[in-house]
Write a protein that binds this ligand. Structure first.
Ligand code: ADP
Length: 263
């Protein structure tokens, strides 16, 4: 879509129409570029586990091996297949967000969704040698999709666990201010370098690709979390100090229709 309309008189009606059409063409161009990049990145993400499954299986077929060696091969094939499964699941979630066919929203307690995500993360945090603390949460109803928001907090917690070395801690807390409810997930982990911050929510972007792969990440968690939060009229921000930790903060509008009701 290289062509653009010539705008002779930007002030008159035709000029304004031409500028509007040009702006639309720019947006379509950007969408095409993003789609092409996503397809290329997704193909690359699929190739890596498939190549490794194939290589493992070929080596196993090439020569007689001990049962222990076969077992080792199968273990890594299962691991790579599991990664492919996770990748497919997350790509489906992303395509649901893109399609605009989001699940219905209803009045829900934000703190319930956060508590569920924290409870589900507790086992993984303990296994990773991390102290997971839940402090005050906003006492708030939001007009939301419970499952989508629970998953977004689950992803933030999953990252906090993956990117925090044993012995560290993760703290979840929140509050209400100016008609918005905020929830923070802080960790004492590896942190994120400043130059990675602008691309953090890009699909398949990883600040540290080897750590992400080692911990089973597929590089889509934050882009899905951001899409879900933005669909609710919310924002997601991060503050991070490399070497000492990160804080992800989700802020959502409180449901104006709901008066505070007792639990
Ligand atoms: P991944 O599956 O790689 O974790 P995400 O989309 O969830 O993908 O996150 C993108 C990248 O952001 C990660 O690869 C990691 O480099 C960085 N990141 C996300 N959360 C944290 C965190 N709590 N601490 C440090 N780095 C993080």
């Amino acid at each position: 879509l290289g062509e653009r309309l010539v705008v002779k008189n930007p002030g008159d009606e035709l000029g304004r129409l031409a500028s509007t059409l040009n702006a639309m063409l720019d947006r379509i161009d950007r969408a095409f570029v993003a789609t092409r990049r996503f397809t290329a990145d997704a193909a690359h993400e699929l190739k890596t586990p498939v190549a490794s499954i194939r290589a493992e299986a070929e080596v196993a077929l090439a020569a007689r091996r001990s049962p222990e060696d076969y077992e080792e091969t199968l273990r890594s094939v299962v691991e790579e297949a599991a990664r492919l499964g996770r990748l497919a699941d997350r790509m489906l979630e992303l395509s649901r967000e893109d399609s605009g066919a989001a699940p219905p929203r209803r009045t829900m307690r934000l703190d319930d969704a956060v508590r569920e995500a924290v409870a589900a993360a507790r086992g993984a945090a303990t296994r990773a040698g991390l102290d997971l603390r839940l402090e005050d949460l906003p006492d708030a109803d939001v007009d939301g999709d419970h499952e989508g928001l629970r998953q977004a907090f689950a992803d933030l917690l999953d990252n906090a666990i993956k990117y925090t070395p044993a012995g560290g801690s993760i703290t979840v807390r929140g509050g209400l201010a100016d008609g918005r409810a905020a929830v923070e997930v802080s960790d004492t982990g590896v942190g994120i370098p400043g130059d990675a911050l602008p691309r953090l929510y890009d699909r398949f972007y990883r600040a540290d690709p080897s750590r992400s792969r080692r911990t089973g990440g597929v590089g889509l968690g934050l882009s899905i979390a951001k899409a879900v939060v933005e669909r609710h009229g919310g924002t997601i921000d991060v503050e991070s100090v490399p070497g000492s930790g990160s804080t992800f903060r989700v802020s959502l509008p409180v449901d104006p229709a709901s008066s505070r009701r007792p639990r």
